[in-house]
Design a protein around this ligand. Sequence first.
Ligand SMILES: [Mg+2]
Length: 201
Amino acid sequence: MNIIFDLDGTLIDSRCRLYRLFQKLVPESNLSHDSYWSLKRRKISNETILIREFGYDEAAIVRFVADWMGLIESTEYLVLDTNIPGIHESLGRLRIDANLHVCTARQQRKAVVDQLDRLGLGRFFSNVMVTEQIRGKEEMIGALPDLSSTDWIIGDTGKDIQVGQALGIKTCAVLTGFLSEESLMPYSPDLILPSVADFRL
Ligand SMILES: [Mg+2]
């Protein structure tokens, strides 16, 4: 049995990191943490927020995206991430019956491995898959030699659910990340949970 976990918004809470970076790159923004995330959780992208709220043109958005990608995985920002409450107990229990894997679309593998170790999470996983924006999650998970229809993928976005459905495995959405329950429901995951810490086999 395999369980594949997304990283940001699933195993760890990255909301503070993303909000702080948005505020740094858009100094004119007076959005609070909660108002920023209430837009994002309704699937309103940074680009749309920048156009609608701050009148950004195409060139300014291109600059924003380049700066965002350059800084979002820097040590300065990654230290803002925290463990989802109860995650150590939950992973300790699940790994008795399953092989646990991480699969993330982050850009830099080393930063992922270092962060998992810093947060005391690395020891739970037999495999850390990082797409580095070169490969797809579907391709990487699909290459697991013993993947079966009773395995699970757990993530906080519609993309994670679509990956699981394409691979014919079970899908669980969690509400600790980037999307609200209303935004996740249209993807029809097998399960929607408040947090990955609530997941039971
Ligand atoms: Mg995520």
